[in-house]
Design a protein around this ligand. Structure first.
Ligand code: DC
Length: 228
């Protein structure tokens, strides 16, 4: 029996990252935050004074990233860089992610991770924008995590404040709308739910309630032993 793959997609600040980490921890699955790949490409472009909207700058960075990850002892040594969480990198990431040749360079890495999550792991959880639709259409469970845009902007505000970064709620909301538009309206692998995805709305739920709901769905889909 192949191991289960859980695909989790959704817009920025919907809660999919936290949920994916919590599921991975609970079920002893390996987790890949695929957004960090696009962030790492953007970071590399910006470090080289390139333009994330320039195809050759971004494709070159994607090639160099996949090579570095291939040579590293684990992808997390590159993808856990706190600089990848910065705002200019996030904006750059949504630009490089619209370039099909960048996406093509990152497909194999993500599929390999899903197929070979590593020794000791019982499955794989990947979160992003196109996991259920493009990267792992065969995933055993697909969740599409959403939340009202005002709530997502509020979460983002809190995150910025906790890092001591000043921002106004109007600007954060505007940025969120712009990123949503770039993610959903691009031609290459736009953000959308897979036909067989189950929607999880986190607007009114706590972190543990979201996890509980997701575990119920997973258990039903996998019809495995009780998860407690
Ligand atoms: O989830 P995130 O905010 O870290 O993602 C950063 C950007 O990368 C986001 O604007 C969309 C893009 N992305 C993507 O296009 N496909 C993925 N599987 C993951 C992220």
């Amino acid at each position: 029996m192949p191991h289960p793959i859980i695909a989790i997609d959704g817009p920025a600040a919907s809660g999919k990252g936290t949920l994916s980490r919590n599921i991975a921890e609970k079920l002893h699955y390996a987790h890949m935050d695929t957004g960090s790949l696009y962030r790492a490409v953007a970071f590399e472009v910006l470090e080289a004074d390139g333009d994330p909207e320039n195809e050759s700058d971004s494709v070159r960075a994607a090639q160099s990233l996949t090579k570095k990850i291939g040579e590293a002892s684990s992808p997390s040594s590159i993808l856990d860089n706190p600089k990848l969480r910065e705002d200019d990198v996030a904006v750059g990431a949504s630009k490089v992610a619209a370039i099909q040749r960048v996406r093509d360079r990152l497909v194999t890495l993500q599929r390999d991770f899903a197929q070979n999550p590593g020794e000791g792991y019982e499955g794989a959880v990947l979160d992003g924008r196109d996991i259920g639709t493009v990267i792992c259409p065969e995933a055993s469970v697909k969740l599409y995590v959403i939340a009202d845009i005002e709530i997502r902007a509020e979460r983002r505000m809190k995150e910025l404040q906790s890092k001591g970064i000043a921002a106004t709620s109007g600007t954060v909301l505007e940025d969120m709308r712009a990123r949503d538009a770039r993610d959903t309206e691009r031609k290459s692998s736009p953000l959308k739910p897979a036909e067989d995805a189950v929607m999880v709305d986190t607007s009114q739920l706590s972190e543990s309630e979201v996890l509980e709901k997701a575990l119920e769905i997973i258990q039903e889909k996998l019809s495995g032993p009780t998860i407690s």
